[in-house]
Design a protein around this ligand. Sequence first.
Ligand code: GTP
Ligand code: MG
Length: 299
Amino acid sequence: MMLSALRMRVLGVNSTDYSSSIPSIGELNTEGDRVLVARGGQGGSYHSEFLPSKGQTRQIRLDLKLIADLGLVGFPNAGKSSLLTALSHAKPQIASYAFTTLRPEIGKVMYEDHKQISVADLPGLIEGAHMNRGMGHQFLKHVERTRQLLFVVDVCGFQLASKTPFRSAFEAVQLLIKELELYKEDLPCKPAVLVVNKMDLPDAEDKLTELQEQLLNPHEFSHLLPDDMVPKNNMVFRHVVPISAATGFGIAHLKTCIRQSLDKDASMATESLHCDRLQALRGAVPAKNTLTWGPTASV
Ligand SMILES: Nc1nc2c(ncn2[C@@H]2O[C@H](COP(=O)(O)OP(=O)(O)OP(=O)(O)O)[C@@H](O)[C@H]2O)c(=O)[nH]1
Ligand SMILES: [Mg+2]
């Protein structure tokens, strides 16, 4: 599993020497950062009859954040766990009631060239998740640490309970974007693919057509949502893929789309790394020497 915690090494013996250069826990930002968690005791010496003193004891709460290539984002019952089952060998719990998934589960999607992509099945979000409704914060924090997002909606729409409003697939997409935006404004900037599930249900084709039209012009349909739930900026999905996790329809195509999307980002990242290195190299070479590499340089 590609789970990653803030990795901490307890720096033991005579740590007084090192403490100034090591950040405190609150300053930890990046994976690989070192932190002084507990100060080791003084070693034994002549004055203490060679008995070492005790080091500090601390209780530390580690907030484990998940890292996966893709995170499944959707309302309960959209079919996220069913999709993970269809894509990988993972066996998450699947049921027709909301909140079946309460903990993230990772599955690996395998490709013929042996490339593996990790997909995190995340618990379903509900309206108000950004305000921590339905343990929203606990679920949303995992979304932050996935490279890309896989939105999953039920083509026929969704109603959480008899007292809550029915939401069409389009409304579900918009509300999910808004929940991410309200939780962290830049979350909807992540690259995303939209999966329209349950295409085996009656009228699914018509509903898909309607959804596609609405997604082309979301502003025209913003009246369908309360004003404060209309996203500020709309997400541009790299692919919109109709599937049925139940029958397997569209799964092969979806695998191709997510691979393309991840490969695209990987090659962009490599390109920008090369550019940075080249810039750094150019900056490092004194101006009068810059033309010494090419065959015409000595002319
Ligand atoms: N007809 C049909 N039913 C589906 C499909 N995919 C999932 N389901 C059903 O939808 C229900 C919910 O599926 P889950 O995979 O548990 O949904 P989930 O999004 O993981 O739900 P939570 O864990 O509660 O967030 C189950 O009864 C599934 O059998 C599909 O493609 N077609
Ligand atoms: Mg689930």
